[in-house]
Design a protein around this ligand. Structure first.
Ligand code: AMP
Ligand code: MN
Ligand code: MN
Ligand code: MN
Length: 277
């Protein structure tokens, strides 16, 4: 069993990197990729735990990127976390995140919700690498929304308090950096971008044209119908298939480690690309 997309407290997951690995081992996963948002800071701890639990850890990252003024997520698998170009990209994303976090807090403050920066950083255990998930938890704790779903309807999305568009690197640059760091580039959760089928086709075709290697076909919250749709797209655009739950913690029961539909057997897989490369 494999799971090539997961988060720890290094970004917006609820478990430490070591705990994610331990849980993966308990769930019967043989090969896990830790892919925190725009950071590799959890990988050392995860590596140690993987050695202890006897599972294979693929060093990964989930890079936030811009495509046609939308945010898309590109998972890098098998990256060298100490690669200089990757380090620079991570530093730039961290700066984007801290600036955006301050702007989000300011916007919430204007909407009558003070203290969001402090609140979100307390939840995150620091000011670096704050995500909208941390603000979401702060808003729920303050009674401003009852769950994540409601948060992302009322706040931090276009036209709502706390909405701050982030300036991420472009899609092509994200792919290039992942390749420079020796990894393969995987389009994360293609069904989750809220775009028309036509635009999704253009997104994947652009991704392939910039050198993208694979796309997630089996996703955490996905069903058989989605898997079929994504499998067809992977074939059409000549992308290898990946499988990742996008695990963040136990509070999202639909995205648990290894809880994934099997990939159709005819696909070349992202894992296959890694062991060849
Ligand atoms: P950021 O990268 O800081 O913009 O934060 C994005 C994170 O917020 C995602 O990785 C999810 O964990 C979470 N998120 C974004 N949109 C939603 C949503 N509609 N429902 C639940 N969580 C969301
Ligand atoms: Mn997340
Ligand atoms: Mn994502
Ligand atoms: Mn993710």
């Amino acid at each position: 069993m494999i799971d090539l997309h997961s988060h720890s407290r290094a970004s917006d997951g609820s478990h430490s990197p070591g705990e994610v690995v331990a849980l993966a081992a308990r769930s019967g996963i043989e090969c896990l990729a830790l892919t925190d948002h725009d950071t590799v800071s959890g990988l050392d701890e995860a590596n140690l735990a993987a050695a202890r639990h006897g599972i294979e850890l693929i060093p990964g990252i989930e890079i936030s990127a811009d495509w046609e003024s939308r945010t898309v997520h590109i998972v890098g698998l098998g990256i060298d976390p100490s690669n200089r170009a990757l380090e620079r990209t991570i530093a730039r994303a961290a700066e984007t995140r801290i600036n955006r976090a301050r702007a989000i807090a300011q916007s919430l403050d204007s909407a009558g919700i003070p203290g969001a920066f402090r609140g979100a950083s307390d939840i995150a255990g620091g000011e670096s690498n704050l995500t909208r998930s941390h603000f979401a938890r702060f808003l729920i704790a303050g009674g401003h929304a009852k769950d994540n779903r409601q948060v992302f309807k009322r706040f931090m999305v276009k036209g709502r308090p706390g909405y701050v568009p982030a300036e991420w690197i472009g899609l092509a640059e994200a792919v290039r950096i992942i390749h420079q760091a020796g990894g393969i580039a995987v389009m994360a959760h293609p069904a989750r971008y809220n775009v028309t089928a036509k635009r999704l086709g253009r997104m994947l075709s652009d991704f392939k044209a910039t050198g993208g290697d694979a796309m997630e076909v089996s996703c955490g919250a996905g069903n058989a119908q989605e898997l079929q749709m994504l499998s067809t797209l992977a074939d059409r655009f000549g992308l290898a298939a990946s499988a990742g739950s996008d695990f963040h913690g136990p509070d999202k029961p639909w995205a648990q480690l290894g809880r994934l539909l099997p990939l159709p057997s005819h696909h070349p897989t992202a894992l296959g690309l890694l062991s060849v490369g």
